[in-house]
Design a protein around this ligand. Structure first.
Ligand SMILES: NC(=O)c1ccc[n+]([C@@H]2O[C@H](COP(=O)([O-])OP(=O)(O)OC[C@H]3O[C@@H](n4cnc5c(N)ncnc54)[C@H](OP(=O)(O)O)[C@@H]3O)[C@@H](O)[C@H]2O)c1
Length: 280
C-alpha cells in the first residue's frame, strides 16, 4: 500500500530522523512542535493538517533506562499511557500505528526471544515499555509494536537524542587508548537507517497487527561491539572485557536478550551495517 504522508512523532530523534529521510512527504513533529503529553494539543495539530495522515509512527519515548528508576511516573506516562492514547486515536482515524519497544521487556534468562515469548522486565524502563505494548494492542486497530535493541546511527537533531554507543566509544577513544567494555551483557544491535527501512516495508505490506522484532542480525556484548567499532574505524585501542558488576547502574539489565525475528524479512548483519555507518 502506498504510504507517503506518514506522521512521525519524535522526528528529531535517532530513528525519527531516519524515517524523515525515507519519507520525503512525511509530517515530522518533535517536542518543539508539540508536547505529545498534551494530547489535546496533539489532536488539534493533527486536525489542523487538513488531511488524515496515511499512518502514524511513534518514535517518542522515555529512553533513560537508569533515570526511569527514579522517575517511574514520567516513564509510564510517555511509554505506556501516551502510547495507548495514540493507539486509540490512530484507530479512530482509521490509520495504522507503528510503535517501538525494546528487548529489555525480557529478563535475559533464556537468551533468545521470539515475538510470542513471555516478557518479564527487570527494570522500570522495561516495565513501562511492556505496559506500552499492551496499551497499544488494546484498542484493536492496525497496530504494530516493533521491538528493537541498541540503536546506533547518525545522531538525531535533538540535543537530548540519545548518544549511541558508537559515538560514546569514538569519543572515549580520543582520550584514552585503553577502554573497558562490559562482556556479560549481550544484545541484538540495530542500525537506525535499517530499522527505518524495515518500518517502511512493514507499512507498505501491512501484515497482521501484532508484535514484530526488527534488529540487524547477529548479537554482541558491549565488548564485542566496542572491538568491532575500533577494528572498522582503524583505531588502535585496547578494549578490556569487564563484568557488568564493575559498572554500578541503577537499573538491572538482562544478561542476554537477543530478539529473534521470525516474522519479517531478515536484516543484514550489524557488522555490515556498522561498516557502512563508519564509511568503510
Ligand atoms: N535507542 C535505543 O538504543 C533503543 C533501544 C530499544 C528500543 N528503543 C526504542 O526505539 C524508539 C526510538 O528510539 P530513539 O533512540 O530514536 O529515541 P530518541 O533519539 O531519544 O528520540 C525520541 C524523540 O522524542 C522526543 N520527545 C520526547 N518526549 C517528547 C514529548 N513529550 N513530546 C514530543 N517529543 C518528545 C525527543 O525529544 P527530546 O530529545 O527533546 O526529549 C526525541 O527527539 C523508542 O520507542 C525507544 O524506546 C530505542
Amino acid at each position: 500500500m502506498q504510504m507517503e504522508r506518514v506522521l512521525v512523532l519524535g522526528a528529531r530523534g535517532t530513528l525519527g530522523g531516519q524515517l524523515m529521510k525515507l519519507y520525503p512527504e512525511a509530517i515530522g513533529w518533535d517536542r518543539e512542535e508539540v508536547d505529545v503529553l498534551d494530547f489535546a494539543a496533539l489532536r488539534a495539530k493533527v486536525g489542523g493538517l487538513g488531511f488524515v495522515p496515511d499512518a502514524v509512527v511513534n518514535c517518542v519515548a522515555f529512553n533513560d533506562v537508569d533515570g526511569a528508576e527514579d522517575r517511574p511516573e514520567q516513564a509510564f506516562a510517555l511509554n505506556a499511557d501516551f502510547a495507548g492514547a495514540l493507539s486509540r486515536y490512530a484507530k479512530e482515524l482509521g490509520v495504522p500505528l507503528v510503535h517501538y519497544s525494546t528487548n529489555y521487556v525480557f529478563d535475559g534468562s533464556r537468551g533468545e526471544y521470539a515475538e510470542a515469548d513471555r516478557p518479564a522486565p527487570l527494570s522500570v524502563y522495561g516495565q513501562s515499555k511492556l505496559r506500552g505494548e499492551q496499551r497499544v494492542a488494546e484498542p484493536g486497530g492496525a497496530w504494530y509494536v516493533v521491538r528493537t535493541a541498541v540503536i546506533f546511527g547518525p545522531r538525531g537533531a535533538s540535543d537530548l537524542s540519545k548518544k549511541s554507543f558508537v559515538d560514546l566509544m569514538l569519543d572515549l577513544s580520543a582520550k584514552s587508548d585503553t577502554l573497558q567494555a562490559v562482556s556479560d551483557e549481550v544484545n541484538s544491535v540495530t542500525y537506525a537507517p535499517d530499522l527505518a527501512a524495515a518500518t517502511r516495508d512493514l507499512l507498505a505490506t501491512l501484515p497482521a497487527p501484532g508484535i514484530y522484532h526488527a534488529t540487524n542480525s547477529g548479537e554482541a556484548s558491549w565488548f564485542d561491539f566496542a572491538r568491532e567499532i575500533f577494528r572498522i574505524a582503524g583505531r588502535n585501542v585496547t578494549v578490556l572485557p569487564v563484568s557488568s558488576m564493575l559498572f554500578a547502574r541503577k537499573a538491572a539489565r538482562p544478561p542476554k536478550a537477543i530478539l529473534l525475528n521470525t516474522k519479517l524479512p531478515p536484516i543484514r548483519s550489524w557488522q555490515a551495517a556498522l561498516a557502512e555507518f563508519l564509511g568503510r
